[in-house]
Write a protein that binds this ligand. Structure first.
Ligand code: CA
Length: 228
């Protein structure tokens, strides 16, 4: 199997070196650049398997780099892990809105970072979910065509919006979605969905899913994800 290439976009040299060292030791092929512009150019030219993207960069910031990467077909599918400062929840939300796949807060333990890298690469390799595919997640069956959900053969009565939220989260287990992303994905035709009402919908969904309800996990300050 080919070595997976990882692009590091980080202006702090000691952090970039620490990342390179740990990635190399674990069999990856890291390259680091110091600015957002260089990051974009490298990504376009070499399409790495994964990008570790610092958000606080001089010049073109990490959020903008992420947005551009995700907007260009050639780079849109490269997974991005953001490196954020501890406690900067707004940055994390902005990063997810810009299309980032995961985040690690600095200072990080190399072990934690490597686990995230591995998980994101594994997810990226997973088969993309088609709109009409029936999903099965730990005993929850979701039939998009029929707008039906069943747990252990028992059908669960959901509203259209609840169904859409469940289907959206379940189509990417383990991925964190912000309220804004959920609103856009489920954009209700029955009534307008807002960030606040996502919380209400999720609370109702959890209740209706019974003991499976806690598979929908709250990511504090960010949004929701479906447990893996
Ligand atoms: Ca920085």
């Amino acid at each position: 199997m080919a070595t997976e290439s990882i692009l590091i976009v980080e202006d702090e040299e000691d952090i970039a070196e620490l990342l390179e060292y740990n990635l190399q030791r674990n069999g990856y092929d890291p390259v680091s650049v110091q600015s957002g512009e260089e990051g974009l150019n490298h990504a376009r030219e070499f399409t790495p398997h994964l990008i570790l993207l610092d958000l606080m960069l001089p010049g073109l910031g990490g959020i903008e780099v992420c947005r551009r990467l995700k907007a260009e077909p050639a780079t849109a599918t490269i997974p991005v892990i953001m490196l954020t400062a501890k406690g900067e929840e707004e940055d994390i939300v902005a990063g997810f809105e810009a299309g980032a796949d995961d985040y690690v807060t600095k200072p990080f333990r190399p072990k934690v970072l490597l686990a995230r890298v591995k998980a994101v690469l594994r997810r990226g390799a997973a088969r993309p979910v088609k709109e009409e595919d029936v999903l099965e997640l730990e005993g929850i069956m979701i039939h998009p065509g029929r707008h039906e959900v069943a747990i252990g053969g028992q059908s669960v009565d959901l509203t259209r919006t609840e169904f859409r939220i469940l289907h959206f989260l379940s189509s990417r287990p383990g991925w964190v979605f912000t309220r804004g992303q959920i609103v856009r994905a489920v954009h209700g035709d029955d009534y307008p969905v807002t960030g606040r009402s996502v919380d209400v919908q999720v609370a109702a969904l959890r209740r209706k899913l019974g003991e499976k309800g806690d598979m929908i996990q709250t990511v504090r300050g960010v949004g929701y994800k479906m447990g893996e």
